[in-house]
Design a protein around this ligand. Sequence first.
Ligand code: F6R
Length: 613
Amino acid sequence: MCGIVGYIGEKNATPIILGGLKKLEYRGYDSAGIAVIEEGNIELRRDVGKLVNLEKLVEQQPLSGKIGIGHTRWATHGAPSAKNAHPHIGETGDVVIVHNGIVENYLELKEELEAEGAHFNSETDTETIVHLIERNLGSGVSLEKAVRLSLQRIKGAHGIVVISSKEPDKIIAARIGNAGGVVIGYGEGEMFVASDIPAILEYTRRMSFLESQQMAVVTRENATITTLDGKAVPAKIDTIAWDPVAAVKGNYRHFMQKEIHEQARSLIDTLTGRVDFENNRINLMNLNLDAEKARKFNKVIITACGTAYHAGLVGKTMIETIARIPTEVDIASEFRYRDPLVDENTCVLTISQSGETADTLAAMEEARNKKAMVFSIVNAIGSQAMRVADGYISMQVGPEIGVASTKAFTAPLVDLYLFAIYLADLRGTLSEEERYRSIYDLRVIPDLAGKCLKREDAVREVAEKIKDIHNILYLGRGINMPIAYEGALKLKEISYIHAEAYPAGEMKHGPIALIDQDMPVLAIMPKDQWYEKMLSQVEQAKARGGILILVATDGDERAGELGDDVLWIPEAPWMLTPVFATIPLQMLAYHIAAIRGLDVDQPRNLAKSVTVE
Ligand code: F6R
């Protein structure tokens, strides 16, 4: 969704802001803009489309200054266009802002402001904020006060950053609710503001994160943080361990391909420091969970969106099998509005790569209001989902740039497995022998993930064969049923091919009518307890003339005979097969989209971090 970058210091702000916006490109956007204070005046450049358009514009009409703000926009109110792009400048030309979120009462405010003579230049809700600030400035208050007063008038969730040519020594940033993060970066004689860590990681690792209802006045030297009603808040500065190099494409054609390959490493990192193979123990210390709390749980509810929701579905089987606690999985946008049956003995676990997904955060809030214990599995360090939880598991996969989630899907699969063991152990329901077996099985993960990755050429050949299909049906059962959902989601989001996924046992209740030579079937059938059942469903599809692509275990002769193509995966403990069945499906989706010449890393209409409802 929208991205924000701000700079104040002694250097030229323009390349720093454009460079920061480039690092946020993966989030998805439709227009971009930059404003700097140049010789006492605000200079503004905005353009529709990719950042390169803005860069060209800035080349033709350069701007430079030591303070500035930039934005990439994902349209909510008003079509993508140069005039609707941020930053938005007021009528006096003295104030300029960038904004993430939706001003829910903007029509009412716009009417009020227009009645007072304000002229709007865009179709955006954001423009109301800059008019409000100007109106307040007109009464003689400081910029800080004017922003505070304006924020009191707007409804909804917001991240906003403001500069003014009348007070060119500061950036004002604020956060209300969950419309993406606001990060303050601390340099030497220079400071940064951004919606996301990668935008400024090249310059500093020392960062503070604004909570909801907080505001920061950022000067060259420091940041003063207060609540919106003016109470001082001590700044907590975290040091971010992410490697900026991780956010560079390297020799790979796309970030998605790079991130698929990074799974060999990210899965090792997922185990490191959490699994004690010598003593057969799991330690998830950031969960802040002890035996007393864990024993209180009467159920677990996992709630998340998209790919993270699919990980949750796999987690259900793991938690119910290992910890024997009833586990529900719900889509966050449903959970938040369905008045869920949750109480102080419910463990609500959310999963989120960005940690800023609006629906997921609202689901956490709903759970919290109902007194549940709330935990999260999160990738983005310092994100809201990490901060507001009672405890968290950090994914340890580094920044994920490709919009289609890959390494941030397989890591939580393993995190959920660790969580299930940890929970069972704390509750005293896991025998020594079961604990030993479950932990022992984890050893194979890095090696088997590596084996799957080495088979990319074979997957590419299958991609080449089926690249022109229009539809495909994904089937799976048991613990791999969610992997069918995930495989289909990956394909549709980056290749725009219609892919549907079904629990294989449901095929005969309807979708079987679709199967013919134009509707390939991709069936996930590793050698596990659902294998025989999968086999018979695959036979049924074959009998209807369907082209079969199978994900099967090395050495499975029956699969070799039945499948038009087989994506082979190594033999693995059944509860961990989802990790290995996922990798060829990620590679298949990737290669089909790449062969079709599509924009793999930034598919149309999608955003990396969905900070609106
Ligand atoms: C698909 C994808 C999305 C996200 C979803 C939730 O590849 O990435 O479906 O999984 O938008 O995002 P997070 O995990 O950031 O909460």
